[in-house]
Write a protein that binds this ligand. Sequence first.
Ligand code: ADP
Length: 436
Amino acid sequence: MLKFISSISRHQTLRRILLFLIVSALIGWTTGFLLPALLIAALIVIIWQYWRVNHLLMRAKANETFDKTVSLDIYRQLENQLAHRELSARQRARRLLSLLRAYRQAGSALHDGALIVQRNSSQIVWFNKAAKRFLGLSYPRSLGTNLLMHINSTRVHEWFLAGDIDEPLMDLPCPQDENIRLSLRLLPYSNEQFMVVVRDVTKLMQLEHMRRDFVANVSHELRTPLTVVHGYLDMMEPEDNPEFAPMIEEMRKQSARMAQLVEDLLTLSRLDAEDSLREEVIPMQMMLTTLRREAEALSQGHHKISIEDSAQCDIYGAHKELHSAFSNLVSNAVRYTPYGGTISIRFEQAADKSLRLSVKDSGYGIPAQHLPRITERFYRVSTSRSRESGGTGLGLSIAKHVLSLHQARLEIESEVGKGSQFTCIFSGDRARSRPR
Ligand code: ADP
């Protein structure tokens, strides 16, 4: 009871209502109309409360600001709560706004161009100063326009539609100045939007061209002296000078290795410089026979070599380059499989229509930690084993390069001591039916 009374004393509105009802009851009782007096008083209380709630609602609807007051009245307290919420919402909005401003300032200060673009319509939602400079945008006119309209290139169209967030698009001429080379990268910004990062890669591309030219020139320059050395070595008969025989043999081996290295470097430079290759229908039965013949020549009968052809179709691609890629895989399989091992070359069409050429061996295998880097230039698991078998360290990078020019990929599975499988995977639209 005491608790109830103390709680009532804290609730001013309830106290007032009770007081009003008691006074009305007293008046009714003294005048002999207790019940009607109580009824009228209750009605007045209900209407009064309804009016106050409605008044509050109207003010809230009209977005009126509520002031903070100190009162025990329930409606004043409600107003206080609303005022409190309004204040914290305003503070939160202010905080968010200043954060947003800070982000935008950071975005504007970036040397790289940054744009927020709608994924489905490629409409520009926001861009920074650098993007404005690189792509010739203007604020606010370019907002809402199509990004692809500002960079007129089929490469960009295809890349944006593919939504490839892993690979940046390199070496793109700047729409404002052809001498500036740009790279574009897509970052997932939200479910509906991408962030496009535009970077000036002119210096990087110049260095890349210099590196390419340097390697190509050096390889080219080495070709003639090597041919001469090779020619003279061939003319020397070990039988004439038996004491020099082992030396002549070693010199021949090393000069052949150098010649192969130069050829591989020239092949890579040529592939580097190409965006696309001259393509035709490749008769795969003939290709597989050639690969088998090459493997047998290299193996000299020391391995069991088999071919399996279940695809019933040919590949549309660059004949010479694909032959060089497959041939590198086959030669690796022979070179990294001890005598008595098996090598199987299989060409098939998977259920998803993709074409797969795989070379499987029962050789040494590759430790898992080397797999991510195995296709890098000159990367070898065992340098001595590679050199002994006449390797240049460039075979897999040539294969990977050729495949990427065919929009194909190289899948590698390997287990140490059990063997490896290298699979070239081409998309189904490269399949061509075989002539009967
Ligand atoms: P290399 O001329 O040295 O063979 P590659 O680029 O063809 O150069 O291969 C790189 C390295 O990958 C090789 O040195 C070898 O260590 C490893 N490798 C390639 N193919 C195989 C294979 N079939 N089995 C085991 N190791 C392999």
